[in-house]
Design a protein. Sequence first.
Length: 275
Amino acid sequence: MPPPSTRAPWSGGTVTERAHCVLAPNPGPMTLDGTNTWVLLEPGSTEAVVVDPGPLDEAHLAAVLRHVGERGARVALTILTHGHHDHAESAGRFAELTGAPTRAVGTGHDDLADGSRVSTGGLDVRVVATPGHTADSISFALPADHALLTGDTVLGRGTTVVAHPDGELAAYLDSLDRLRALTGDGAVTTILPGHGPVVPDAAAMVAFYATHRTERLDQVRQALADGAATEADPVEGVLTRVYAGVPQEVWPAARMSIRAQLDFLGVAWVSAPGA
């Protein structure tokens, strides 16, 4: 099952009535075009919500603030999809620049949790717990736009990594089931990802992700049956059999996913030092 077409060039911009992406200048094999910093603003409001201010890059933060200011608004709140540095490294500095609070999973008395609602300047955002990529991964539903901000749970291009040991495959599969329910009933039609272009057919992309995970697990099972299970390092054995066609620059991420897959399948492994 091929992924939905998401090959159009991506540089950010306004994509829904309430959501605008300021693309961070950190492209790479793991970040695709860069980190998507989302500015959410209810039409006519002067209070913006910023999702994932991104890496610690002063020029990027200035661009986010400039966009908000050009709309006659101020940043009233920053929220995080998860704690990886490419999404959250600048959170402290951004708080200094804006004077606005930051909310995320597990950061203090004002933690975000499944079902939490963020209401700022007339904007309504609902928190959807989507652990798996990391333990603290959450998504944000924007009901008025039928959109879902997914962080790294679903990307705009390709597939994501289950970032073992913090990430966990069973949790990730459960999260895909939750997203399948949201996209299947029409509550969410568009995905605003943490990296890569906007996904206009949310249901098709989530279905692709679920199919991909099932197929990968089958490939891992076959690799184990073909001898990887008895090798000194089963992780490397699976890597060379299943991920041979994947560019080696993303092999470190593939190893994390393989460890999560082996844990899910109950297969013992001990990776070689430095692998």
